[in-house]
Design a protein around this ligand. Structure first.
Ligand code: URA
Length: 479
């Protein structure tokens, strides 16, 4: 940071920043310039790799001395939040824009609320573009496993961010993939996590990252099966998943073919209700699925930074219970059905004589979808598409656990289990035979009971208890 140079060139100061993405460094320099009362049009900012020309060969290297009576700059939280994003943009003018804004903020503290101001508009646009790029990286990074010299596995991804977002995204990937060793390689630099510490490395080339692996072939097939041509809006899809990211995403290779209508064969698989995994293709173990869900960023919920919650229970069980998605408590504890809905479920299972510990309990969606409301995280239902994408994991669990009876709690679970939307009220209490010889039973979700007032609740609880009692009787017969 002290290697900064301020070079006075006639009427200009050139501030040579040492990093392109360091808000603190820019802020320190901006403070010094403000203290010296240097107006924005007298400052040129440069960054590594930027166009500094041979400016540094001229002039003296004196910093401008603090000027007397200069008001201290106070900036709003809003400005800081926007500036921290905007500084990651590739636009070479961004440092100057930010300095011009802090300069102007001294005389107009509420400037950032003026949405018509061209500088404020530019700041917001830069920040928005960067936030989108950050999201894209979270969504489109695809790791591929490679064996390390010591036999352990490292997951390596190649990514080309549009802006300087690699460091800004580091904490997300560390939190999200804490348990595994990974590297993210980009043309600007790389990040390496070994399970305990994060290291930065030099820029990389695409050839430094591994290509596809066998699991990708399966994922491609699956993606084809959930691709719904009736819902296809090519424009919207390209906006959400721009072409430039396709080359890193195994499923993207299919898109042209799918758009051309060649998906019918795969879609028929879901229509039949068949398992997505033929026995010999199933993921090798529940542990492999647990690793996979932690890494999964295939849908927006998987990209929201929450902890994935894997199923738990008997690895080979006659009963599989499927909920919708982990709730707030489950996400914090990393286990399914340990919050309020879980307590309702456990009480009812106990009353019906079903032993939870002897079954396998999981969810249709492995991440918690929510909206922030103050300090609370409020549950949001997953979309059909999100459920279908996560069915990849649910079906993997099912093909390993091989339950004779699958109990789906609520509409989302039913969609995850059956691959199509059914009415819970019309389908409950009856077995739905499956191609693999198992049967699916559907009932309401226990959190539905929690939302009802007392009168409605006791009627619904009675129906729920009756459904579980029928399941218990059937389990006894199947055993
Ligand atoms: N609701 C669910 O569907 N699953 C859980 O794990 C918790 C609440």
């Amino acid at each position: 940071m002290t290697s900064l140079q301020h070079v006075r060139l006639g009427a200009y100061y050139v501030v040579a920043l040492t990093r392109s993405d360091d808000f603190d460094e820019w802020r320190d320099q901006a403070r010094r310039l403000l203290a010296a009362d240097v107006p924005p049009d007298r400052v040129a900012w440069t960054e590594p790799g930027g166009q500094s020309g041979n400016l540094f060969s001229h002039g003296d290297r004196r910093l401008p001395p603090p000027a007397d009576g200069v008001a201290e700059a106070r900036v709003s939280r809003k400005f800081v939040a926007l500036a921290k994003s905007a500084i990651l943009h590739r636009d070479a003018e961004r440092f100057g824009l930010l300095y011009r804004l802090v300069w102007r903020l001294r005389g107009r503290p509420a400037l950032c609320d003026d949405a018509a101001d061209p500088d404020v508009r530019k700041l917001e646009e830069l920040a928005r573009t960067v936030r989108r790029d950050i999201h894209k990286m979270r969504a489109f990074v695809r790791f591929r496993g490679i064996a390390e010299a010591d036999g352990s596995e490292r997951f390596v991804a190649w990514f080309e961010p549009a802006h300087h977002i690699l460091r800004a995204n580091a904490a997300f990937f560390v939190n999200r993939f804490t348990q595994m060793a990974w590297s993210i390689l980009t043309p600007e630099g790389s990040l390496h996590w070994d399970g305990a510490s994060l290291a930065e490395g030099p820029p990389a080339r695409r050839e430094d990252a591994p290509g596809g692996d066998p699991a990708e072939e399966l994922w491609r097939k699956y993606y084809a099966s959930i691709f719904n041509p009736a819902r296809l809006k090519v424009g919207a899809m390209l906006k959400e998943m721009p072409r430039k990211y396709w080359k890193n995403m195994p499923e993207a290779a299919l898109i042209p073919e799918l758009v051309a209508g060649a998906q019918a064969r795969e879609a028929a698989m879901v229509e039949r209700g068949a398992s997505l995994f033929e026995a010999e293709q199933a993921p090798a173990s529940l542990a492999a699925i647990a690793t996979g869900v932690v890494q999964c960023t295939r849908c927006p919920i998987g990209c929201n930074g929450t902890r994935a919650v894997m199923g738990e229970g008997e690895a080979a069980s006659g009963l599989m219970i499927v909920g919708e998605q982990p709730g707030d408590v489950e996400e914090q504890e990393g286990r399914p059905f340990v919050g309020p809905a879980g307590r309702v479920l456990m009480n009812h299972l106990e009353q019906a004589g079903v032993d939870r510990a002897a079954g396998y309990v999981t969810n249709a969606v492995k991440h918690f979808k929510f909206v922030n409301r103050g300090k609370r995280r409020l549950h949001q239902s997953p979309t059909a598409k999100e459920i279908d994408i996560c069915r990849w994991w649910l079906d993997g669990e099912r093909s390993l656990v091989q339950p004779k009876l699958v109990l789906a709690l609520g509409a989302s679970a039913a969609r995850g289990v059956l691959g199509k939307t059914v009415s819970v009220q019309k389908s409950r209490g009856e077995p739905i035979p499956q191609p693999d010889g198992s049967e699916v039973w559907i009932t309401t979700h226990p959190s539905y009971l929690l939302r009802l007032d007392d009168a409605a609740r006791s009627a619904e609880e009675a129906k729920f208890a009756a459904d579980l009692a029928a399941v218990q009787r059937r389990l006894r017969q199947l055993a």
